[in-house]
Design a binder for this molecule. Structure first.
Ligand code: GLY
Length: 393
């Protein structure tokens, strides 16, 4: 073949690559159709869309469940993309439905529950009713931080342990950073840094993977390193890896301390180079699940990781390219018929094939409200990145 022809083909190839492989507008148009149906089937704002029951019926939960903020959050993302007032109204209604949880000191999940709906709502509308709700919530969350232990307590009890901390807890820190900046109270920020530093010290293995649960003694020493939702104490539960990746990316965003960036990259490298990560880059529910390849995938972990990797790719210069490319591949997989529902099916959720708690035989191979939330978030991040001046795919 002549060099000129080879060159022309290479050029054509690079042009094709540079074109957007994901049609964000189309994805949101589909999400809007599903969520219009979801709103119509959920007239009662005390029943939050969560998943599908084993008999196929919709599984709804109360506002005190850790996932109650995701539906409102997704409605805000629909508003952000479409700018249609009907989504703003629905998002406000479903955000306010969680507001009473600002006083809930019995959970560590207030970041998910309050910041996903109200944080996005405030970012998009500057509705001054939202910050006081979030600030009360941040104070409630802070009551779970014992300075002697140096971490926010996740659950009040697990087996014989009284101070269990799960890797998921890294996801609450973005909320506390916001509270610190808004209120001027440095204590919220100090909690984030202490919690993240101790998590870095105790939660991670040398290969960059993390335990699900570390149980602490009252003096802050480690009592046990175990799992609750993973396949085994020494396994790498997929969503836990995604929560850690997202959490340390946020830590770097908020502090610019390079040790958090390195931690996020270490987690990303573990995740992306793992021999059990399938070719479509959507993980099995646990990287060490016993019957791979005959194990369920977890689309929620895929969506969380995609969103985190898109942000991480912006902090890492040339090293960020594989993160960006992996995230795009994850989004392409999630947007394909393998994971995306048909219109009107899947109890009106967008994504299929997530796993909530396999050892507990709960929410296995089902839609999950937070898989949809992080999918929409990742799509918006992808779109924003591509519009940045000087963007190179
Ligand atoms: N935070 C609970 C979970 O990821 O399942």
């Amino acid at each position: 073949m002549k060099y000129s022809v080879v060159f022309a083909l290479l050029l054509l190839g690079s042009r094709t690559l540079a074109q957007s492989p994901i049609d964000v507008k189309k994805e949101f148009a589909f999400a809007a159709q599903q969520y219009e149906r979801m709103l119509a089937s959920h007239p009662d704002t005390t029943k939050f869309p969560q998943s599908t029951n084993p008999d196929g019926s919709p599984r709804d939960m109360k506002s005190s469940w850790w996932c109650s903020g995701f539906f409102g959050g997704s409605l805000w993302y629909l508003y952000e993309q479409t700018k249609e007032p009907k989504w703003k109204d629905a998002a406000h209604k479903w955000s306010m439905a969680v507001a009473k949880e600002q006083y809930n000191t019995g959970t560590h999940d207030l970041g998910f529950m309050l910041y996903c709906p109200f944080g996005n709502g405030y970012r998009l509308t500057k509705n001054e009713a939202y910050p006081p709700i979030m600030l009360t919530g941040a104070k409630s969350l802070s009551t779970r931080f014992d300075p002697k232990v140096g971490l926010i307590k996740s659950w009040n009890k697990l087996k014989e342990y009284n101070y269990p901390v799960i890797i998921d807890n890294m996801m609450n820190l973005e909320f506390l950073f916001w509270a610190s900046k808004t209120s001027g109270d440095k204590r919220f920020r100090d909690i984030c840094i202490t919690h993240a530093d101790n998590t870095m010290k105790y939660h991670f293995r040398p290969d960059g993977s993390s335990y699900h649960v570390i149980c602490y003694n009252p003096d802050g020493t480690v009592a046990a390193k175990i799992t609750h939702q993973g396949a085994a104490n020494e396994s790498a539960w997929a969503r836990g890896q995604a929560w850690g990746l997202y959490g340390y990316t946020v830590m770097y965003r908020e502090t610019k301390d390079k040790k958090y960036l390195q931690q996020a990259q270490k987690i990303a490298d573990f995740y992306l180079n793992h021999p059990n990560l399938p070719a479509d880059k959507i993980p099995y529910w646990d990287f060490n699940a016993p019957n791979i390849p005959n194990e369920e995938r977890d689309a929620s972990a895929g969506a969380i990781a995609a969103s985190a990797l898109l942000e991480l790719s912006t902090y890492t210069g040339a090293a960020g390219k594989p993160y960006y490319q992996a995230a795009v591949q994850m989004l392409q997989s999630l947007a394909s018929p393998a994971y995306k529902a048909n219109l009107g099916e899947n109890n009106n959720f967008i994504l299929k094939h997530s796993v909530g708690h396999k050892p507990g035989k709960s929410e296995v191979d089902v839609p999950l409200v937070y898989a949809d939330y992080y999918f929409l978030e990742a799509l918006l991040r992808y779109e924003a990145l591509r519009q940045k001046p000087g963007f190179r795919s």
